[in-house]
Ligand binder design. Structure first.
Ligand SMILES: [Mn+2]
Length: 342
């Protein structure tokens, strides 16, 4: 039997570092996010998948210029025009809704503006795609009820998916592997229903597939986080980035269809933290030290320059944006952070 194939991406944060009228010329990270977004959609077209699902945080924030929303929906509509339906979960950065929603009007674009279930018929098979927009308040206690509100039980289908933008118990983030356990914003592993072939979620920027709860007990359905399409914060500096190609083999009769997955990696720039203690260095010495430290890094690095201790009046001009730009290669992005200064 022919499997159903889908592409699942999330947390594209489009519009991040992409000013409409930049006042200064410097390398921006915004185009990288768009480039990876287009790569994923290009792959969806090349593979002729049966659908594309976006797990939320399509945009980097909720108040955005119309032009940006237009730029974001243009490649999505190209996919939709090819007859590939696109499903979008509004995330927390969209404040649970897509701004300038007139751009998302297309017969093949479907946005989870409320808990609901869409039906996808592909290759003579039926797939029910349930989902709900990001819930800010107390998802822990409300999750089971909201899943029911999607109306999944009323929709007859051979396979089912649940799409959302939330944290689930057992998910991990950050360089020290913080684990989500309790808290009103965390879904209990035991509340994940077994009726779905998979739970597709955005929100957590690290790629991970959760199959067991914290005690090792299998989840009702596997939870998939494709992660962000690029490194958004320095906490993600060592993470690989990408998206998921999903394949569903419909099961006979009343069994839950099996979902298999393949993580596809996307190109990202190196992200580096540089720690420096200027101490009593003079202006020229400080400037040389900085030049040397940045000179050792890959020319396209994204750098967080962390300066420890007090910065003297003499040292301060070196840290002005224009000065940093003259010291660092033009291909580098440098942000200055003062740590423990008094
Ligand atoms: Mn996000």
């Amino acid at each position: 039997m022919t499997p159903i194939r889908l592409i699942f991406l999330s947390d594209t944060h489009l519009g991040y570092d992409l000013p409409v009228c930049p006042r200064i010329q410097r390398r921006r990270r915004g185009p990288e996010f768009f480039a990876n977004f287009r790569r994923v959609l290009g792959d969806a077209a090349a593979r002729k998948v049966d659908g594309v699902i976006h797990g939320g945080d399509l945009l980097y924030r909720s108040k955005v210029p119309r032009r940006l929303v237009e730029m974001v929906f243009e490649p999505l509509k190209t996919i939709a025009d090819r007859g590939i339906p696109v499903f979008i979960v509004p995330g927390n950065h969209e404040r649970s809704r897509i701004p300038h929603s007139e751009f998302s009007v297309h017969p093949n674009l479907h946005v989870f503006t409320r808990p609901r279930t869409f039906r996808l018929d592909a290759k003579g098979r039926s797939l029910a795609i349930s989902g709900f927009p990001f819930v800010r308040e107390n998802i822990r206690d409300r999750f089971k009820h909201i899943v029911e509100q999607t109306g999944w039980r009323q929709q007859d289908a051979e396979c089912r998916l649940l799409c959302m933008h939330q944290s689930v118990e057992g998910a991990t983030v950050g360089p020290s592997n913080y684990v989500f356990r309790r808290g009103a914003e965390v879904i209990r592993a035991g509340d994940i229903p077994a009726a779905f072939s998979g739970v597709l979620s955005g929100h957590i920027h690290r790629f991970q597939v959760l199959e067991k709860d914290l005690r090792g007990k299998p989840l009702g359905s596997t939870v998939f986080y494709p992660g962000a399409i690029d490194r958004v914060s320095f906490a993600e500096r060592d993470e690989r980035k990408g998206y998921l190609v999903l394949r569903i083999d419909p099961a006979p009769s009343d069994r839950v269809s099996k979902l298999s997955w393949n993580f596809r990696q996307l190109p990202v720039r190196p992200m580096v933290i540089v720690n420096l203690r200027p101490g009593a260095m003079g202006r020229d010495m400080f400037s040389r030290k900085l030049r040397r430290a940045l000179g050792k890094l890959p020319a396209d690095a994204i750098v967080s320059l962390r300066l420890e201790g007090r910065i003297s009046d003499e040292q301060l001009p070196v840290l002005r944006a224009a000065s940093i730009r003259s010291i660092a290669p033009p291909t580098m992005n440098v942000t200055v952070n003062l740590v423990d200064h008094r």
